[in-house]
Design a protein around this ligand. Structure first.
Ligand code: FMN
Length: 212
């Protein structure tokens, strides 16, 4: 059994990234899936009072009851993620990066004591170590080459950097692009992504089997 948190970052009913996530889930052995649809479940706001409260709480200073409550809500969002073995994030590319609701979720759960710790010397320890991530990205345009990808991708490179910061280094990335253009070209991109996802699901299944 593998506990999967499926983070849905596309608002579309007929989302391509979500359709690919369904293929990945179907290829996993005995997945126990929690679907976190970021467009249906509203997350706590990180407004001025809340963010000020973060610094006060870090320094052991008192905060107003509603600020304390807000931080308890944020911790619940982080704890929910931490209760899963595999974070499956399916997302479209939006303006070279992430849809803002996905960034919001990341900002909600990335705090000291939730998904990482740090000491006064600046040493960071990721608390999410031991988990895996499967990132599925859909983009209308394909990158021409590795240099263009390096220059224009603020999505997968960002997610990779963030996941490593919180301790997750077993990261699989599948990109479906282009999703706009000639039907046969789009179909080929989706088929390639689906095949790659089935292959990765096989790897994850074997790893789970070996662990018993
Ligand atoms: C606001 C917005 C911004 C977009 N920006 C990009 C982009 O920077 N690069 C790209 O390749 N596609 C971009 N697209 C297209 C989507 O990434 C593409 O249609 C994708 O397949 C949608 O995935 P989904 O069906 O899972 O939502 C954008 C779409 C929207 C709505």
């Amino acid at each position: 059994m593998i506990r999967v948190l499926h983070v849905v970052a596309s608002p579309r009913e007929r989302s391509r990234s979500d359709a690919l996530a369904a293929i990945a889930i179907a290829a996993l052995d005995r997945p126990q899936v929690t679907r976190l649809d970021l467009w249906r479940e509203l997350l706590p706001e990180l407004d001025g009072e809340t963010v000020e409260g973060r610094y006060k709480l870090i320094h052991g200073e008192p905060v107003a009851a509603d600020v304390e409550q807000r931080w308890a809500e944020l911790r619940t969002v982080a704890d929910r993620a931490m209760a899963h073995d595999l974070w499956l994030i399916s997302t479209p590319m939006w303006n070279f990066g992430l849809p803002y609701r996905l960034k919001h979720w990341i900002d909600c759960i990335t705090h000291p004591g939730m998904t990482f710790t740090n000491d006064a010397a600046g040493n960071v320890t990721g608390l999410a170590a031991g988990r895996s991530a499967l990132l599925i990205g859909a983009g209308a345009l394909d990158f021409a080459d590795a240099a263009q990808e390096q220059a224009l991708d603020f999505q997968m490179r960002y997610l990779d950097t963030w996941l490593r910061f919180i301790g997750i280094s077993d990261i699989h990335v599948v990109r479906a692009a282009p999703t706009f253009g000639l039907p046969e070209t789009v179909d080929a991109a989706m088929d390639n992504a689906a095949n790659e996802l089935r292959r990765i699901a096989g790897l994850i299944n074997r790893r789970v089997d070996e662990r018993g």
